[in-house]
Structures are given as structure tokens and as C-alpha cells.
Design a protein around this ligand. Structure first.
Ligand code: SF4
Ligand code: SF4
Length: 284
């Protein structure tokens, strides 16, 4: 697991509203009751704490362009961060309308564009390590090596600051614990300070398990420890794996790891709809 200060990017999660409802979404969008929209003063306060963070700062959702003040948020990013430190993740909602402000704010190569309208994958996050890893020592080894936290981002959302954006996304979606205060230098805090988040969220989150990612339009597997968080329903293809997966012993984990290619969700990078069309001609 990395210290937050070593991360290349920290996300500000301005909403968990989305125009899609992908299975196994890191914001658990299809399980969210009422979406949140982060208040502008909170977004500005978050940006102020990241002025001296050495990495980039992502503008992320859900779908961030659904935020009713998206253009003002872009203005705040321009005001507080140099251009090369601003990033955007979008599935392209209102792209034609918002393209001028998007390009005014973000360098093209710092826009991650994924329409989620074709084949796209997500990791089964509601398969809890606590339920499927036989030996707690093996479970904590997997958590310590989690490929998501080791390569991806911490985050800020209305509940506070998070050592891993998947934990923050779960806290918002399921109305759970508060994050650490978003105050000056929060991202310099050592990993020990994040232990309460790590202990609660990582035991429930499949991000550290060497399991294959699933297509966004397939299904959401859920294990017992997560059953209290979501409504399982055959109609919505949210399935409770009650004993269906078995427990992973050390040999199983070794075997799965040998074949595991973490974080390979698409075989190309897109910064705009045209990039996607070029890489994925059969979907448009
Ligand atoms: S587009 Fe992204 S945020 Fe929206 S449901 Fe899919 S994975 Fe989640
Ligand atoms: S197990 Fe989940 S919450 Fe924990 S670090 Fe990995 S992705 Fe984040």
C-alpha cells in the first residue's frame, strides 16, 4: 500500500450521480439511493488543500458533468491549480455542449474518456476478502498489495478524505463512516492514520482479490458480508454468492495471481469520443 503523498493523483469526487449503472462500479452507482452533489465551498476547500500536493488532481464522479455547477467547478480548478495538474474523468455526457470549457480547463491528454457504451470491465468489488480468503494472514497480504490502492488514487468527497477512492465511494453509496478531515496537509498523513478506513473497507472490498474483471453489463456478485449493503435481485442481476465461490487457500491465491492481469479494463486509452470511435469502430 502506498502513502497518499506518493500517489500520482488524488480525486475529488463531486457527485455519484451517473447516466450509467455499470455492474461493479467503484461508486456503486446502481445501489445508490439518492445521489450527492458536492457543494462548491467544499470543492474549493478541497482544492486549497491540494495546491501543494505534488501530483495531479482529478475531477471525477459518478459522471462529473452531471453536477449542476460543472462549469464553475472547472473555473475553480483553473483558479487553484496549474493546467498540467488538472485531470478529468468523464463518460461524455453533454460532451458537445461542454467541450469548450473542458478543453479550456484540461489538457487533452489529461482527459480520460470512457463512454461505457461498449465492452468495458470492472472488478467485482462486492466479493469480500473476509468471506472468500481462508487465512486472515493471506487476506491482509492481499490487502497490503492491493493493485488499486498501489497504482490509483486517494479521494475527497463530502464525507472527507479517503486513502483509496473505492473506500470513499463505498462510504458515500452506503452512508457509512466519515473520512478524515479535509485540512491542510491531510495527504501527508502516514498510512497508520488511515487504519480505521483500511480495516473496515478493505475486508469488504474485492479490489485486492486476484479475480477476473466482469463486463459492465453482466452482473454484480455479492458475498455474505456485503449482503447488508445492497439489495440482491435476480431481475437486476445482483447475486448473492452464498457459499458458491468457496474459500481461497494459499495455493488457490498463487494460481489466481499467476493468471491475473490487474487494472486491464480496456486495451486502449481515449481522451475524447473520436479516440473511442477510432479504437472501437464496431460500437458506433
Ligand atoms: S460510468 Fe463510471 S461511474 Fe457511471 S456507473 Fe459506470 S463505472 Fe460507475
Ligand atoms: S481492497 Fe478496496 S478499499 Fe482496500 S485498497 Fe484495495 S480497492 Fe481500496
Amino acid at each position: 500500500m502506498r502513502q497518499i503523498a506518493e500517489m500520482a493523483c488524488i480525486q475529488i469526487e463531486v457527485t455519484n450521480a451517473c447516466t450509467h449503472a455499470c455492474h461493479n462500479c467503484t461508486r456503486y452507482v446502481r445501489h445508490v439511493g439518492e445521489a450527492f452533489f458536492m457543494e462548491l465551498p467544499a470543492i474549493e476547500a478541497a482544492l486549497r488543500t491540494l495546491v501543494d500536493f505534488p501530483g495531479t488532481v482529478g475531477l471525477m464522479g459518478g459522471e462529473p458533468t452531471l453536477h449542476p455547477s460543472f462549469e464553475t467547478i472547472c473555473e475553480l480548478y483553473r483558479q487553484h491549480l496549474p493546467r498540467e495538474r488538472r485531470e478529468l474523468w468523464t463518460s461524455g455526457f453533454r460532451w458537445d455542449e461542454l467541450e469548450p470549457v473542458i478543453h479550456e480547463t484540461f489538457d487533452a491528454e489529461r482527459i480520460s474518456f470512457n463512454s461505457h457504451e461498449g465492452p468495458s470491465l470492472h472488478h467485482p468489488l462486492l466479493v469480500a476478502p473476509l468471506d472468500v480468503v481462508e487465512d486472515p494472514q493471506d487476506m491482509w497480504d492481499l490487502i497490503r498489495e492491493c493493485p488499486v490502492q498501489s497504482h490509483w488514487s486517494a479521494s475527497i468527497n463530502p464525507r472527507g478524505a479517503w486513502f483509496c477512492e473505492c473506500a470513499g465511494g463505498a462510504a458515500m453509496a452506503f452512508g457509512e463512516m466519515d473520512g478524515l478531515p479535509v485540512e491542510n496537509g491531510w495527504w501527508r498523513r502516514p498510512l497508520e492514520d488511515w487504519n480505521a478506513q483500511i480495516t473496515y473497507y478493505c475486508q469488504l472490498c474485492g479490489g485486492c482479490l486476484p479475480l477476473g474483471a466482469l463486463p459492465d453489463n453482466s452482473c454484480t456478485p455479492v458475498t455474505m458480508s456485503n449482503a447488508f449493503r445492497v439489495e440482491c435481485s435476480i431481475r437486476n442481476r445482483v447475486f448473492l454468492l452464498s457459499g458458491g465461490m468457496g474459500r481461497l487457500a494459499q495455493d488457490d491465491i498463487k494460481r489466481l495471481k499467476a493468471a491475473y492481469r490487474p487494472r486491464q479494463y480496456r486495451n486502449f486509452i481515449a481522451h475524447c469520443p473520436e479516440d473511442e470511435r477510432r479504437s472501437w469502430p464496431c460500437t458506433r
